[in-house]
Structures are given as structure tokens and as C-alpha cells.
Design a protein around this ligand. Structure first.
Ligand SMILES: Cc1cc2nc3c(=O)[nH]c(=O)nc-3n(C[C@H](O)[C@H](O)[C@H](O)COP(=O)(O)OP(=O)(O)OC[C@H]3O[C@@H](n4cnc5c(N)ncnc54)[C@H](O)[C@@H]3O)c2cc1C
Length: 493
């Protein structure tokens, strides 16, 4: 079940302009691995110091790093790529690195879009993808024990074919991301309204701490055993521990599906319909509402009407009831039923990001900003974020869709583009994020719904968490006193 990183039929990253081997590092101050350290690491697990792999493992899908690749730069070079094949090897490696203060940055598919997997201080790039495969399945309880470095398609193929089960986690990056990366970033799949986010799917974790201690958290369907320790590592982005194994909750494979599409005169009307149907208890697996511009771009709209795509899969009576609630809420908010073939078309193109890649190659700043927001603040966040982004010099567009819904609110997913002169790419990128993220926070949104924080959003963490940030910092200081785990991320000191 070996899968190479950065492979996907419709999703190719931007290559270095010359060759990865000659790429230079954008950031300075990398930790230097001495030859004696390298020998010790090589005695623990397979290691790689080829120039090509050091440069490749220095980046992820952060759009800024994609632009740097066009200048033949990688954000940072690790001193060595280590590929452990067991939890014990991860533990031995952590003990050695902790003793010698060597930074360790864990990585799965390196599909993070925030710079989270960039080894900012050099040291060890810990490639987790040799820890892969399903270890066991409890098909009575629907529990899957899976190694953290397993890619999505590898896990689902085995579960669906051999066990008639599905975890139901299908992020757009499904082909190029791993179970450990999903957990470390608190990811969300496109079917999340029925199956939940990854934090709802994780039953237990095996984690290696910075000092090499191997711990196991969770393990019961629910608990009242103090705070939930599993949740501490969900979203920790490699800064609090290295996740080696995950126990995921799986569902019986659904054998019934329905699809529907609607158009609304305005995005706000569509939002009211989604809020109504969700508050009435309907949870269709896919529920995506696109504003006028995104509808025109992807679903053939006229530029003003919003498009709602709905797909549900489960037991037949559950799906029929759900889709009937959806229909009633849509019609009550003045929707016109549209051709359900729009859903089919979305299914075919949903993981294809080649259009965004093409714009990056042409020198556009293109990125996405996703936040979670309560229903009462949705309209203000949409307005304020778009207005703030469009006020930045060289900004060309800011559009929005609603991609995940909850009883109390939703995820708003903004896509923005700008065309700065080449020497203003970095400053424009920074200005767009400052404008959009501050506007979102000020209007009541959180910092991120599922992409996480990484490097790109580290500067907003204290604003976003306020006085509660000290709790997170205290955890970091206690669990990783020498700051060896993914230093420079999540806004830590
Ligand atoms: C085209 C595209 C579409 C995307 N769509 C979605 C989407 O729909 N939903 C979504 O949630 N995300 C999406 N993402 C973002 C990204 O795919 C997710 O954040 C994903 O969960 C990262 O997984 P990964 O294996 O690639 O992790 P990496 O990028 O390798 O790492 C991400 C972070 O997790 C840490 N990490 C990785 N593995 C471990 C481990 N075993 N232990 C501890 N820390 C670890 C790393 O240190 C890093 O901080 C998308 C990205 C791209 C490029």
C-alpha cells in the first residue's frame, strides 16, 4: 500500500522552477545535523539526505511556498528525512532528538496549505508515510485501528471492499493526505454533515511525546474521566506529540443515495434555507451553497443566483426524510429546484485544483480562507471579509461558499485572488491575509475551520484565543520543554 507523496490524478503541486536539488532555502537559521548525529539517527530508522528529498520535504501546499517554488526556493531544508517503520523507532528518535535539541517536524502527505509541515528550524523531517496500513478492524463496533501514515484511498479501499465499512472522511485532498495529518489538523471531509469532522471520528490515539514516552488516549465511546486527552492532540499540528496510530469510528457502507440542487435569488436566502433545514434536524452528507460568483464559475449560474448542492447517503427512509426536509426548507426560502446533474458534475470535478494551480503559475496570488461562524454572524462575516480583502491593493476577487453546517453555524470558505507585480507578491499575500483574517475575527468568526494554523496563521493565534492561549502555551511548555516538536508553529513562543 505504498503511496508516494504529491500524487493525484487531478492535483499536482507546482514543481520547482529548476530542480529541487538546486533549490535554495527561503528561511534562515536551520539546525545543523552533525555527522555523528546523522549516524545515530541512521541506527534508529531509515534516513535520507539526498538534496532532492531535503528540498521536497521542506515544503507543503502552502500557496506562498508554491510561489517560492516558481523562484526555485523551498521554505526550509531539513537536515535529514527520517522514515520510521514502528512506534518504537519514533520513540527512540524522539529520545535522541530531545537529548540533542534537534527539531522534529512530522509530515504525512505534506498537503497542508498553511506551511504546517515546513521544517522551519531544519533538523529532522519525520516522514510518517512508512507507518501505514490497517492494523485491525472490530467490525462489530465499527472501530478501525490504522497507522497514522496511511493515505485516505488506501484505508477506504480496504474498509469498503473487505468490511463493507466507511469512515466517511473525504477531504478534497483525500488522495494526497494521511490519517495522521487529518487528525493533526482537525480536518473536515466533504461529507461532514452526515459523518462529522475528524474529531468526531477519532475514538483513540497512540502518541509519542517529545521525551519518547508512548501514550494511548481514549478508547471508549464516551467518557467522564477528566478532560478528553485525545482532543488535546487533535489539531496540535505536530507540536505536542507525534501521532503513530489512530482508532477511527466507521459506519456501515450506505447503499442508498439521493441528490438534489436548488438555486436562490441571493446567497443570504440560501443561507437561511440551510440554517432552517439543519435546525430542523436534517443532516445530508453533502450540503454546499455557492455565492453568485462561484455558482457562475463552477455551476453555470448567471453571476447573482446562489446554488445549493445536496447529496445524502444512508438507510433509504432516513435519506428520504432528510431530503424532504431539505426540499421544504429550500422552497420556504424561495428556491427554484435545479438539475440534480449539477451534483454529478461536482462529484467529477470536486478534487481538481488545476485551475488554481494555473493561476499561481501565472503569478496570481490565490488562496482560500475558511472559518467557522455562528448563524447569527454569517451575513456580517461574508460582507466584512470580502470587503476587507477587496480593499487590498491589487486584489481582484473574493468569493464565498458554505461548505459544512452545524446546529449553531457553518463553515464559510472564501477564495481570493490578486495580481500584484512580481516583487510585491509576498507583501500582497500578507496584506490579504491580514485584512481577511482580522475582518473575520472582528465579525465573530474563529481562526480556522479545518485547514489549521501552521505558519501562515501563527501570528493570529493570540488574538484568536485571547487569554485562553496561556493554557495552550502551558501544555506546550510541559509536554515539549525544549521546543523540539515542529517549532515555530501554532503561535508558540
Ligand atoms: C488541494 C487541497 C485540498 C484540501 N482540502 C481539504 C479539505 O477538504 N479538508 C481539510 O480538512 N483539509 C484540506 N486540505 C488541507 C490538508 O490536506 C489537510 O490539512 C490534511 O489533513 C493534511 O494531511 P497531511 O497528511 O498532508 O499532513 P501534512 O501536510 O504532512 O502535515 C500537516 C500538519 O500535521 C502534522 N502531522 C502530520 N502527520 C502527523 C503525525 N502523524 N503526528 C503528528 N503530527 C502530524 C504536521 O507536522 C503538520 O503540522 C487540502 C489541501 C490541499 C492541497
Amino acid at each position: 500500500m505504498t503511496r508516494h507523496i504529491f500524487t493525484s490524478s487531478a492535483t499536482e503541486p507546482i514543481e520547482f522552477s529548476e530542480s529541487a536539488t538546486t533549490a535554495t532555502s527561503h528561511f534562515e537559521d536551520a539546525f545543523v545535523i552533525t555527522s555523528s548525529m546523522l549516524s545515530a539517527l541512521q541506527n534508529i530508522c531509515p534516513c535520507d539526505t539526498s538534496a532532492d528529498n531535503l528540498a521536497q520535504s521542506g515544503r507543503d501546499w502552502w500557496p506562498r511556498a508554491m510561489n517560492w517554488a516558481l523562484r526555485n526556493e523551498t521554505p526550509q531544508r531539513a537536515g535529514v528525512v527520517c522514515r520510521p517503520t514502528s512506534t518504537e523507532q519514533v520513540s527512540e528518535l524522539a529520545i535522541f532528538c530531545n537529548e540533542h535539541r534537534i527539531p522534529i517536524t512530522a509530515a504525512g502527505g505534506r498537503s497542508a496549505v498553511t506551511g504546517a509541515a515546513v521544517p522551519l528550524r531544519g533538523g529532522v523531517a519525520l516522514d510518517m508515510t512508512s507507518l501505514q496500513g490497517i492494523e485491525s478492524v472490530d467490525s462489530v463496533s465499527g472501530l478501525v485501528e490504522v497507522w497514522a501514515g496511511t493515505f485516505g484511498p488506501d484505508m477506504e479501499a480496504v474498509l469498503q471492499k473487505q468490511y463493507e465499512l466507511t469512515v466517511g472522511h473525504f477531504p478534497q485532498s483525500f488522495d494526497i493526505s494521511t490519517v495522521g495529518g487529518w487528525v493533526a489538523c482537525r480536518g473536515a471531509g466533504q461529507y461532514s454533515t452526515r459523518y462529522g469532522k475528524i474529531e468526531d471520528m477519532v475514538a483513540a490515539l497512540e502518541v509519542v511525546l517529545a521525551d519518547g514516552t508512548i501514550i494511548r488516549t481514549g478508547g471508549a465511546p464516551a467518557g467522564a474521566v477528566g478532560p478528553d486527552l485525545t482532543q488535546i492532540f487533535l489539531g496540535s499540528e505536530g507540536t505536542l506529540g507525534i501521532i503513530t496510530k489512530v482508532w477511527l469510528r466507521a459506519h456501515p457502507m450506505p447503499h442508498y443515495q439521493q441528490r438534489a440542487a436548488y438555486t436562490f435569488a441571493t446567497f443570504a436566502d440560501g443561507i437561511q434555507a440551510v440554517r432552517t433545514l439543519i435546525r430542523d434536524g436534517a443532516t445530508p452528507a453533502v450540503l454546499r451553497l455557492y455565492d453568485g460568483s462561484e455558482s457562475k464559475r463552477s455551476h453555470g449560474g448567471d453571476g447573482t443566483t446562489a446554488t445549493l448542492l445536496v447529496l445524502d447517503e444512508a438507510n433509504q427512509s432516513l435519506v428520504e426524510t432528510t431530503m424532504s426536509i431539505v426540499h421544504d426548507a429550500a422552497i420556504a426560502n424561495n428556491a427554484s429546484p435545479a438539475d440534480a446533474a449539477l451534483v454529478e458534475s461536482w462529484m467529477h470535478h470536486r478534487n481538481d485544483t488545476s485551475a488554481l494551480q494555473a493561476l499561481t503559475r501565472k503569478g496570481f496570488v490565490v488562496d482560500t480562507l475558511e472559518v467557522a461562524v455562528s448563524w447569527s454572524a454569517v451575513d456580517a462575516v461574508v460582507h466584512d471579509v470580502e470587503e476587507a480583502i477587496l480593499a487590498v491593493p491589487h486584489a481582484r476577487s473574493a468569493t464565498c461558499h458554505l461548505s459544512h453546517s452545524y446546529l449553531d453555524g457553518a463553515c464559510l470558505y472564501f477564495t481570493f485572488a490578486a495580481t500584484p507585480p512580481e516583487d510585491e507578491f509576498d507583501s500582497t499575500y500578507q496584506a490579504l491575509w491580514d485584512a481577511g483574517q482580522h475582518a473575520a475575527l472582528n465579525a465573530g468568526a474563529n481562526l480556522s475551520h479545518h485547514h489549521g494554523v501552521g505558519l501562515n496563521r501563527a501570528r493570529f493565534m493570540k488574538d484568536a484565543l485571547g487569554s485562553a492561549f496561556v493554557v495552550l502555551q502551558a501544555l506546550k511548555t510541559t509536554l515539549d520543554p525544549h521546543n523540539i516538536l515542529n517549532p515555530g508553529k501554532l503561535g508558540f513562543k
